[in-house]
Ligand binder design. Structure first.
Ligand code: NAP
Length: 334
């Protein structure tokens, strides 16, 4: 046997051992995945179920959601997965969703804020807000806030929010577009910038706890994203990445995301932006604290969150002035 073969074999063995260790670590761990009915979220659900995690799958399409949950339960045991239907763009539905998740999981180990959509035309959420910002950012902001107490009870819990290369825009003042000034690229880009800024700001607020928060750019992935705008628009998006030879399968992008949620070597790593298994840079604006503070205040207002509704998790969600004067608390389990 040549030296090359033996080193390849060693690498292969190490990869297998690392995968087995990761799988062992995920057994019985409670994971919530939004946007699990399609694309990257679906691929992540399949991989995490294989590793023994207990999943709550969130999406709007009950046919696809129930079918995936049944398949995972058949393959990996009846606790593997359940589907909860919810529109992240509706405040009321997110509140109900959070209630259902809290009923099922006393402790949450992983929250993947993955659901996302792009719209060529303006549309409003049930509460009358531009739907890209409402569904991609506000829904995840509110869901995370309402689940935070359960995440703080895990010894190593991870929140990962999906960003995108499209985040390099300057959002409108007040962040939320109206019908009159709607621009599809600005709407999607602003929502993805909000996803990344939310991850950075929350990671700062949660430093010293057992919860890490990171953002993830999957790259160009062949999914249903944009198909709602028609086949032509979708083919244009796919064609762009195909020509650059950068189009990934959902499975490949899902593996990178699972790595971020499970890798033992990333335990304690927080406030990063990752792609393809390594840290990358996000736009200069994404690091701007004054923009982040404004986004935080708007998100709190639009989500109707306050100290009374959020209880002890308010210490991490209050506007900065209030948080610094408020009483903090320690959820860490010795
Ligand atoms: N594909 C890419 O090239 C690419 C690049 C950069 C970033 N991303 C990000 O990756 C994430 C996953 O997208 P994908 O590419 O996998 O697209 P996808 O195949 O269209 O999947 C999107 C998922 O989000 C769910 N979803 C969308 N809006 C929702 C809402 N209002 N409420 C609840 N669920 C909602 C969809 O479920 P239902 O249809 O059941 O509601 C679906 O499960 C998104 O955040 C996207 O911005 C994708």
């Amino acid at each position: 046997m040549s030296g090359g073969d033996s080193s390849d074999q060693t690498k292969q063995t190490m990869t297998t051992v690392r995968a087995a260790n990761a799988a062992e670590k995920m057994r019985g761990r409670a994971c919530v995945i939004t946007g699990a009915t399609s694309g990257i979220g679906r691929a992540v659900a399949i991989e995490l179920a294989k590793q023994g995690a207990c999943l709550i799958l969130v999406g709007r399409n009950p046919v696809r959601g129930e079918a995936l949950a049944s398949r995972l339960c058949r393959q990996h045991g009846s606790d593997s997965a359940s589907f909860v239907r919810a529109d992240l763009g509706s405040r009321r539905e997110v509140e109900q969703l959070a209630g259902e998740i809290r009923n099922r999981f006393a402790v949450i180990d992983v929250l993947i804020n993955n659901a996302g959509a792009r719209f060529d035309e303006y549309g409003a959420s049930p509460e009358g807000l531009e739907r890209t910002f409402a569904g991609n950012h506000l829904g995840h902001f509110l869901l995370t806030a309402l689940l935070l107490e359960r995440l703080l009870l895990s010894l190593d819990s991870r929140i990962v929010t999906l960003g995108s290369g499209a985040h390099g825009v300057t959002p409108p003042a007040g962040w939320i577009l109206s019908e009159a000034n709607y621009d599809r690229k600005l709407a999607y880009g602003s929502s993805k910038l909000a996803n990344i800024m939310f991850a950075y700001e929350l990671s700062r607020r949660l430093r010293g706890t057992s919860v890490t928060v990171n953002a993830f750019d999957p790259g160009g992935v062949a999914t249903r994203l944009g198909l709602n705008n028609g086949l032509k628009a979708w083919l244009k998006h796919i064609g762009y990445y195909l020509r650059k030879r950068q189009l990934l399968s959902p499975r490949r992008a899902g593996r990178d995301l699972v790595f971020l949620c499970t890798a033992p070597e990333l335990r304690g790593q927080t406030g990063g932006y990752y792609s393809g298994g390594r840290k990358i840079q996000s736009s200069p604006l994404s690091h701007d604290r004054s923009w982040a503070r404004a986004l935080w205040r708007i998100s709190l207002e639009r989500s109707h969150l306050n100290a009374e509704r959020l209880g002890r998790a308010w210490a991490y969600f209050a506007p900065e002035d209030d948080a610094s004067s408020g009483e903090s608390f320690d959820f860490l389990i010795e």
